[in-house]
Design a protein around this ligand. Structure first.
Ligand SMILES: NC(=O)c1ccc[n+]([C@@H]2O[C@H](COP(=O)([O-])OP(=O)(O)OC[C@H]3O[C@@H](n4cnc5c(N)ncnc54)[C@H](OP(=O)(O)O)[C@@H]3O)[C@@H](O)[C@H]2O)c1
Length: 284
């Protein structure tokens, strides 16, 4: 039997890397999209079924050339699974009052327009598969209200909505689409650096900074205190079992330690109660 084929963007680190390692171990043929970080550590532990492909999801020509390379490699074959995993949290921290709009747009360029760009380029190959699947990686953070850190969850909430539309559009073509929403996975994204901290507080004009600092915690600290972390390997095993191997993809998979409580809160609690919980989490 020929190996099934996957393309995972942002595959050099974190969840993308762990997922490719898992797929590779399970016999898949993988294309690992990478951007700035070297994919060497990934390639070192994978079989020769895994190939690294340079793919900056914000750049049309990079995406086209990555998919061209994949197309050449698979010949007339199909792409069975696309995981739009590449994303960033950085660069647009701060309050809505002072967020840098160009940086916010840049975040959308990676987290929202990136998956669209890659999906458009990959679909001709996915259409060749009898069991084509697209998994957009959202975030459990979109269930939270995060003062001073709304930019990232807003991009992921938009991606979730987009995924719902894509799922409907792809149904007649038997291409299954889902949103995977991780929460609490130990990856480079979760390592908050002193620079990120300084960047967020530094984004406020001097006259507003003391007031914001008096009212709000650094959002990363509040999230870290509220949720434990899984290893990326544990997360990837769970995704393989519950999502990749699922016969029929559900619209959404929220996976991570303790995150099940978030949609439950949304469903069962009045908004005022949710607001009080988030205020306790993120405010001083
Ligand atoms: N870890 C968590 O708890 C958590 C929670 C919720 C959601 N997620 C989501 O899970 C996915 C994986 O994140 P992670 O936690 O594994 O963090 P990560 O290790 O930082 O992975 C993100 C990857 O995206 C790549 N990337 C960033 N900009 C890119 C661009 N323009 N083009 C192509 N690749 C780009 C990064 O590569 P470069 O650094 O080389 O650019 C990196 O390899 C993301 O969608 C993230 O939003 C993670």
């Amino acid at each position: 039997m020929t190996a099934r084929t996957a393309f995972v963007t942002g595959g050099a680190t974190g969840i993308g890397k762990a997922l490719i390692e898992k797929l590779d171990r399970e016999g898949w043929r993988c294309f690992a999209g990478y951007n700035r970080q070297s994919p060497d550590a990934l390639l070192d532990v994978c079989s020769d079924r895994t190939t690294a492909v340079k793919c900056d999801v914000t750049d049309d020509s990079s995406v086209k050339s990555a998919l061209g390379e994949i197309g050449d490699n698979i010949g007339g074959g199909a792409l069975d699974l696309l995981v739009n995993n590449a994303a960033t949290t950085g660069g647009a921290g701060g309050g809505v009052e002072n967020v840098d709009i160009d940086r916010f747009k840049a975040l959308f360029e990676v987290n929202f327009w990136g998956p669209i760009r890659v999906t458009q380029a990959a679909l001709p190959f996915i259409r060749r598969s009898h069991e084509g699947r697209i998994i957009n990686v959202g975030s459990a953070s979109q269930y939270l209200t995060i003062p001073m850190g709304c930019s990232y969850p807003v991009t992921k909430a938009a991606l979730r909505r987009l995924t719902q539309a894509l799922r409907a559009e792809m149904k007649p073509f038997r291409i299954q689409v889902a949103c995977l929403e991780p929460g609490g996975v130990k990856t480079p994204m979760m390592d908050i650096s002193d620079e990120q901290r300084a960047e967020l507080w530094g984004s406020f004009p001097e006259h507003l900074l003391p007031e914001y600092k008096a009212h709000f915690k650094f959002p990363g600290d509040a999230i870290e205190a509220a949720f434990p972390l899984w290893t990326a390997e544990k997360f990837a095993d769970r995704v393989y079992r519950d999502v990749v191997q699922a016969k029929r993809l559900k619209p959404n998979y929220l996976i991570g330690p303790g995150v099940w409580v978030l949609p439950l809160m949304k469903r069962t609690m009045p908004e005022a109660v949710q607001e009080r919980i988030f205020a306790r989490m993120f405010q001083r």
